[in-house]
Design a protein around this ligand. Sequence first.
Ligand code: PMP
Length: 359
Amino acid sequence: MRWKEQLLTLTPYQPGKSIESVKRQYNLEQIIKLASNENPFGCSQAALSALKENSTSLAIYPDGYATILREKLASFLQVGEDEIILGNGSDNLIQMISRALLHPGASTIMSTHTFSQYKHNAVIEGAVIKEVPDIDGEHDLEGFLTAIDDQTNVIWVCSPNNPTGTYIPESKLIPFLDQVPEHILVVLDEAYYEYVVAEDYYDSISLARKYPNLIVLRTFSKVYGLAAVRVGYGIANSSIIKALEPAREPFNLNSLGQLAAAEALSDQEFVEQCKQKNRQGLAQYYEFCENNSLKFYPSQTNFVLIDFQVEANEVFQYLLERGYIVRSGKALGFPTAVRITVGSPEQNEGLIKVLEQFL
Ligand code: PMP
């Protein structure tokens, strides 16, 4: 398909139904949204207070260099300030990487079941997309290597992966990175990094410093609970950062986001508490699945993909009518599964009760 024809096949990203629209449509008082992997416990009080007390003038452009946040991140991660790029969410970083590196004639590699924005942006840039079938929800990194051709310049690795929640163990990632030619950029999207408990996970920041062609993407939208103010960051060798900077809009990070993220970073106790509560929430869903012999993908994230063995939209609709918004697996490549964000213990319990009535 020609580039522009391909572009016309794109549909805008559908973030799912909003709380307000479901309330009105089904005449419900209370809606619980467990669809977009947000933090059910909100964000750090320190970040909230900083926003409330903030004296930032809205008439003034944000700091284009995000000086304070950059300094804090550099010190927290033990990297140089020139090894950091900031984005209006990691969505914006995915967009910047695509804008800087992809073009008609280039090819890019990703898994068939992964975060939609890699493909979306590659289509916009007119690149050839090579999707490698996953192996039971996990990236086939051997397949990624085989898919490399002379035109390949970006490979997308999502670990832990959305929508499966699975991760790549260190023993598989390192040999893969060793084999990717240096002129190809490997993007390691770690939006859910802070939720990981697997012992054979890798030290991604050290990897980003070791491999000159690796960029690690993280976000304040998930465990930090700051999705609304849009802050993501990338860590890579300073020459990669330099190459990406021209693709960044000058004021891509708003002032409130910079302020909130810098404060949130200092409150690691909040992060740790959310991580613990998330594991307990996941355990509630695992128990439900085991009791009902449902297949699920063991998750290192704040969501779980459950296979109900029936048309995904049927489960989705059933829950919607009862006030729960989840994500149907249909658009995610899992036609009989549903992706559920782990909520508070009460939200999980409520949803599980409704699901038990469905079965
Ligand atoms: N990467 C992955 C894997 C995600 O799941 C998401 C959010 N759904 C993002 C990136 C984008 O996150 P944000 O733009 O809010 O940082």
